[in-house]
Design a protein around this ligand. Structure first.
Ligand code: PLP
Length: 416
């Protein structure tokens, strides 16, 4: 069999600098190495424990579950494998809601569509939904959460790091309020896990969702952390069949993916120096970017996860700018699922940005392998793109020469 070069790091595409790690990351070589035998040498189904191959697969799943649990400060029986974060989110929100009486759900305006659409679909089935607003920094006010709680509130779903802006909600008060009222707390930590240490139990989270492809693991595998001794006594299973994962998620387990996810988390734990350089590179990128003319960095300057920078450029439409930037870069506008949709970002809109401003957000997302040299080249390309597009923009010229003030659709909440 032909061997593959595990040293190849896929982000080094010859003619483009990959700055979209919030959408997906390349697998670490260690991850590919850990997964390979399960495509070829070890075909066992972890459910078939009557023979050696099945037992081997079951052992790998068990050890991987233990690794993932230990990185999250959880117990192995609290980790349930899924196909990704979307499935884990559906499993938690619908699982809690549908296990009992219809009632009231609370979420936040800047959540990923996996959470918002799941809540809206329950709303169509007769549940009441409160969507909490955020401030100009993208943060919820704990007071608004407490005020929204009713006698029949069935769950609160608040994410940690936002996928468009990187803004991290302060989860401590959210967890405390949920605890005080005895309400299940569901948290989408897809953009946090693997980037910074995160223990769901520290925040009183009952269900926490994540996916391996956001932290240098493979696509098609994720997990739900479910505190089985907490406030949630039962999740209604959405996928029924062979009763795998304690009956909560039937279907043959993706052994290669599970081994890859565990290897990614374990490997990242030993990359303190790479993370230090990564954070330095991200800070350098933002400092240089924010020095450019007419730029607005979206979201709290302090409460942000490293590796996600959202920026809007005054008087430049998001679409043409994205096309121009992506001749040499790989960046997206907002979230990966809405990128290119031509719609205003619901996250920036919720933060109080005007329509055009909310349509012009670009997300830059460097990763662990992005070099300083690539960042410098990316910055140069951004500058050139801005210069070229602005030469063609009458509105920019008028704004730049003081001829016009920011018009309403280009309104930024922090404009005076
Ligand atoms: N939640 C957040 C915050 C995300 O960024 C994403 C992916 O973009 C998801 C959920 C959905 O993840 P997946 O597409 O892996 O199911």
């Amino acid at each position: 069999m032909e061997s593959i070069n595990l040293q190849l790091i896929p982000h080094t595409m010859e003619d483009c600098i990959y700055l979209d790690h919030a959408a997906s990351t390349p697998c670490l070589p260690e991850v590919v190495e850990a997964m390979m035998p399960f495509f070829t040498l070890h075909p066992g189904n972890p459910g078939s424990i009557v023979h050696k191959a099945g037992k081997h697969a079951a052992r790998v799943v068990k050890e991987s579950r233990e690794t993932i649990a230990s990185v999250l400060g959880a117990a192995p029986h609290e980790i349930f494998f899924t196909s990704g974060a979307t499935e884990a989110i559906n499993m938690a929100i619908k699982g809690i809601a549908l296990a009992g009486e219809k009632g009231h759900l609370i979420t936040c305006a800047t959540e990923h569509s996996a959470v918002l659409q799941t809540c809206r679909s329950l709303e169509l089935q007769g549940y009441r939904l409160t969507v909490l607003p955020v401030d100009a920094n993208g943060c919820i006010q704990p007071g608004s959460l407490e005020a929204a709680i009713t006698e029949d509130t069935r769950l609160v779903a608040v994410m940690h790091a936002n996928n468009e802006t990187g803004v991290m909600h302060n989860l401590q008060p959210v967890g405390e309020i949920c605890n005080r009222y005895g309400i299940p707390f569901v948290c989408d930590a897809t953009q946090t896990i693997g980037k910074i240490p995160f223990h769901p139990a520290d925040f009183g989270i009952d269900c926490c969702c994540f996916a391996a492809h956001k932290f240098y693991g493979p696509k098609g595998i994720g997990a739900l952390y479910f505190n089985t001794s907490g406030r949630v006594t039962r999740l209604l299973p959405l996928i029924e069949g062979g009763a795998q994962e304690s009956g909560l998620r039937s279907g043959t387990l993706h052994v290669a993916g599970i081994a890859g996810m565990a290897t990614a988390l374990r490997t990242l734990e030993n990359k303190a120096e790479a993370f230090r350089i990564f954070r330095e590179n991200c800070a350098y990128f933002e400092t240089r970017l924010s020095a450019m003319q007419g730029i607005i960095l979206n979201g709290s300057p302090v409460l942000r996860v490293p590796g996600i920078t959202s920026a809007s450029f005054r008087y430049l439409e998001g679409g043409p700018l994205l096309v121009s930037l992506n001749t040499k870069l790989c960046v997206s506008s907002g979230s990966s699922c809405s990128s290119g949709s031509g719609k205003a970002s619901h996250v920036l809109t919720a933060m109080g940005h005007g329509l055009q401003q909310a349509m012009a957000g670009i997300r830059f997302s460097p990763g662990l392998h992005t070099s300083r040299e690539e960042i410098d080249r990316a910055l140069l390309h951004i500058e050139k793109s801005l210069e070229q597009l602005r030469q063609e923009s009458q509105t920019w010229k008028m704004f730049h020469t003081g001829g016009i003030k920011p018009v309403a659709s280009w309104f930024h909440p922090l404009d005076v």
